[in-house]
Design a protein around this ligand. Structure first.
Ligand code: FEO
Length: 400
C-alpha cells in the first residue's frame, strides 16, 4: 500500500519509515526508528527529491508510482548520497531509467563508487548558486559540504519558500503518520532524539553548519524539508536556534551531567550522593552509568549541559575504559568549552583523577573545578565534607 502525505499543493512526501534497523550507521541505537524522507514535485516537470535506504526502496517506488499516475519521472535531485538516501536510487532508476539525476560532482563520484547508478541516463551537476526550473517551481542550490558528507548540497524553492535541507534539521525517529512538526510535541517527544542525531552525526562539523546557517539567513524560509524526521512549517526559528547553539558548542542548559564508571558500586554511590547534594543546592543534574548508557546518549547530554562531572574508578592505572571511550568520542566530535569536576576511586592506587584532569583540560579545552574527590573503594562517611565542598564549587560555577 502506498503511504504519501501532501506537503504543499504540488509537493508530496513519498519517503518511508524504518523500524527494523537497530543501529543507525551500525553505531547509534534508534529505538524509535528513523524516517528516510523523499519528496515528489508534480509540476510541469516531475521531480523526486532524494531517495531512501535500500531496505525502504519498495515503499518509495510504490509511493512515486501511485502519484505519477503514468507520468514519467523527469528529474531525481539528490542532495546527499550517503546510502541511507542514495541506495534507493538504484531501484528508482530501474523503474524510471530516463530520469535525469542531479547532484553535486562529489555525489556523482560516490554513486559510482557505491554502484547506485548503473544506468546510462543523463546526469547534471548541482552547482552553488545555480537555479533549475521545473515549471512553476524552481530551486537554487547551495553547497553545504560536511553537513554531513562532502557531497551535500541544499536547495531553496523560491515560490513556496521551501528549504530542502539534506541531513540538516533532521532527527532520529519514525514519523508514525505524523509528518509536520506541529503534528507532534517536538520539544517533549522528539528533541532528545534530534539532539542525539545532530550531536553524533553532524556534531563534529560545527563550523560547516554555521556556514550553512549563514547562507540560510539570507533566505525567506517558510518550510524546511529535511531528509529525516518532521517537516518544519512553524516555529522554524526555535529549531534553527538549537542548531545554532549546537554548532557553536554552546550548552543549552545550565546544569550538571554526572557520568560515573563504577565496578563494585562505591563510585556509583558517591556520584549519586553528589547528585543529591547538587539538587539540595537547586542545581539541575542528571546521572548516567557509563557502562550501560550508549555513548551517543552521553554525547548528546554533554552538548546539552554546561557542566560535566566524571566519576571513575582507576583501572590498570588508567581511568575506566568506558570513560575513555566517552571522552575520546567527545574529542572526536570537537566538543569543547565545558566545565568539569572529577571524582576518582582506587582501592590501592587512585590515579584516574590526575589522568582525567589532564585529558579534559588538554584534549577538550575544559575548565576543571577544585576540589577533586578521591575515594578508596568507597567514599568514607568522614569525607562528607569533601563531597559538600565539591557540590559548593559546582553550584557556584553553575550559578555564577
Ligand atoms: Fe542521512 Fe548523512 O545521511
Amino acid at each position: 500500500m502506498y503511504n504519501v502525505r501532501k506537503v504543499t499543493e504540488e509537493l508530496w512526501w513519498v519517503g518511508a519509515n524504518d523500524r527494523h534497523t537497530t543501529l543507525f550507521e551500525n553505531i547509534h541505537p534508534i529505538p524509535n526508528g528513523v524516517s528516510y524522507n523523499s519528496y515528489l514535485l508534480l509540476d510541469e516537470k516531475t521531480v523526486l527529491f532524494d531517495c531512501v535506504d535500500w531496505s525502504a526502496a519498495p515503499q518509495l517506488v510504490e509511493n512515486v508510482e501511485h502519484l505519477l499516475q503514468g507520468r514519467k519521472l523527469d528529474y531525481i535531485v539528490l542532495h546527499h548520497l550517503e546510502p541511507d538516501h542514495g541506495a534507493g536510487l538504484w531501484a528508482v532508476l530501474q523503474k524510471w531509467p530516463e530520469a535525469t539525476v542531479v547532484s553535486s560532482l562529489a555525489a556523482q563520484k560516490f554513486m559510482d563508487q557505491f554502484g547506485f547508478a548503473p544506468v546510462k541516463g543523463e546526469r547534471m551537476v548541482a552547482k552553488e548558486g545555480e537555479t533549475l526550473s521545473f515549471g512553476g517551481h524552481s530551486i537554487t542550490f547551495y553547497a553545504a559540504p560536511m553537513v554531513h558528507w562532502p557531497d551535500v548540497v541544499v536547495s531553496y524553492e523560491e515560490k513556496e519558500g521551501i528549504l530542502f535541507s539534506a541531513d540538516a534539521f533532521g532527527t532520529f525517529g519514525a514519523l508514525n503518520g505524523k509528518l509536520f512538526n506541529d503534528e507532534v510535541d517536538f520539544a517533549h517527544d522528539w528533541l532528545p532524539d534530534a539532539r542525539r542525531y545532530y550531536t553524533n552525526i553532524v556534531g563534529k562539523y560545527g563550523p560547516q553548519v554555521q556556514a550553512l546557517l549563514a547562507k540560510a539567513a539570507g533566505l525567506d524560509i517558510k518550510m524546511i524539508c529535511p531528509l529525516h524526521g518532521p517537516v518544519w512549517r512553524s516555529d522554524i526559528g526555535w529549531f534553527v536556534d538549537k542548531y545554532d547553539k549546537w554548532s557553536r558548542y554552546e550548552p543549552e542548559d545550565k546544569g550538571v551531567l554526572v557520568v560515573y564508571g563504577s565496578m563494585y558500586g562505591g563510585t556509583e554511590q558517591a556520584a549519586e550522593a553528589l547528585c543529591a547534594a547538587l539538587t539540595q543546592r537547586g542545581v539541575a543534574n542528571t546521572l548516567y552509568d557509563v557502562s550501560t548508557t550508549h555513548v551517543s546518549q552521553l554525547i548528546a547530554e554533554s552538548f546539552r549541559f554546561s557542566h560535566i562531572v566524571i566519576a571513575s574508578v582507576t583501572y590498570n592505572m588508567d581511568f575506566y575504559p568506558p570513560v575513555r571511550d566517552y571522552l575520546e568520542d567527545m574529542k572526536a566530535l570537537n566538543l569543547k568549552g565545558r566545565t568539569f569536576a572529577l571524582m576518582e576511586n582506587g582501592t590501592w592506587a587512585p590515579n584516574a583523577g590526575k589522568l582525567m584532569g589532564e585529558f579534559v583540560a588538554g584534549e577538550l579545552g575544559g575548565t576543571v573545578l577544585e576540589p577533586k574527590v578521591t575515594m578508596r573503594s568507597t567514599l568514607a562517611g568522614s569525607q562528607a565534607g569533601e563531597l559538600e565542598a565539591l557540590a559548593d564549587a559546582i553550584a557556584a560555577s553553575v550559578k555564577g
